[in-house]
Design a binder for this molecule. Structure first.
Ligand SMILES: Nc1ncnc2c1ncn2[C@@H]1O[C@H](COP(=O)(O)OP(=O)(O)O)[C@@H](O)[C@H]1O
Ligand SMILES: [Mg+2]
Length: 253
């Protein structure tokens, strides 16, 4: 008998009966919504436009706090605002146009107490995302993919526990996007970070996610919660990939 026991991975976020409404007469996107996000996994969120993906992601980041009831536990503590352990990357990457790629990445260290090895850490991060050569260029001299890689490097340089990404690659063309998927998996295998990524591409979710959650709308609810970590799922021609893609398409279109 094997002595190796598979231990349950720790939970990073517990969303507990979270209700978010925006004080309009429309019912808010999240009503009594519960979900656990495991530590050290890449979780991808899919769902129709307007179903509450961004609201959920912002709630994980502490940017939206449930008004009426429920809440989000992060590492077993109630989140009541943003914390440096959790960083969020948006679709428009919000780089500072007056800073070079390196300057933007350095900025990620601004709120970090220990700056001793700052330059080394920044250089290493630029290297990991493949921006060493372009480090001195300004955002308007970078391609879309390079800008998004700069944003990722800026987010990761402070060594947060969690990276939240809201449709980070949707402005990129398909071949660049696929390169970003490889980069994400590479970053994950180097850092083991917990990542939660919203996307509207099923292919992207299956390629990058260890777990894919499909939400339905009004109010948001979990329609599919699938383990997509198997290697076969990373091959977009495999029967496993195609079957999962079909299953997801059946509920969201
Ligand atoms: N700040 C806000 N004020 C009012 N309504 C909002 C606000 N943010 C989002 N909503 C509404 O909440 C719903 C979910 O939005 P969102 O979370 O952005 O969806 P998704 O990211 O899945 O497209 C939408 O109907 C949207 O109009
Ligand atoms: Mg959104």
């Amino acid at each position: 008998m094997s002595v190796l026991k598979r231990t349950e991975p720790a939970v990073a976020f517990q969303v507990e009966r979270l209700t978010v409404d925006f004080g309009t007469d429309k019912t808010g996107p999240l009503q009594d919504f519960s979900l656990n996000i495991r530590q050290g996994e890449i979780t991808c969120l899919l769902g129709p436009s307007g179903c509450g993906k961004t609201t959920l992601l912002k709630s994980l980041g502490g940017f939206v706090v449930g008004r009426d009831s429920g809440g989000v536990l992060f590492e077993s503590r109630y989140l009541n605002g943003p914390t440096p352990e959790i960083v969020m990357i948006f679709q428009e990457n919000n780089l500072f146009p007056w800073l070079s790629a390196r300057g933007n990445v350095e900025f990620g260290l601004k709120f970090k107490a220990a700056k001793r090895d700052g330059k080394q850490v920044v250089d290493e991060m630029l290297r990991i995302v493949g921006l060493t050569e372009a480090a001195d260029r300004f955002p308007n001299q970078l391609s879309g993919g390079m800008r998004q890689r700069t944003a990722i490097a800026r987010a990761l340089v402070s060594d947060p526990h969690v990276l939240l990404l809201d449709e980070p690659f949707s402005a990129l063309d398909i071949s660049l996007r696929r390169r970003m998927h490889t980069l994400m998996l590479d970053l994950w295998s180097k850092t083991g970070k917990t990542m939660v990524m919203v996307t509207h591409s099923i292919e992207e979710a299956l390629q990058v996610g260890h777990r894919v959650i499909v939400l339905g709308d009004r109010p948001a609810r979990v329609l599919i919660d699938a383990d997509t970590s198997a290697d076969a799922m990373k091959d977009r021609y495999s029967p496993e990939f195609l079957e999962m893609q079909r299953r997801i398409e059946a509920v969201i279109y």
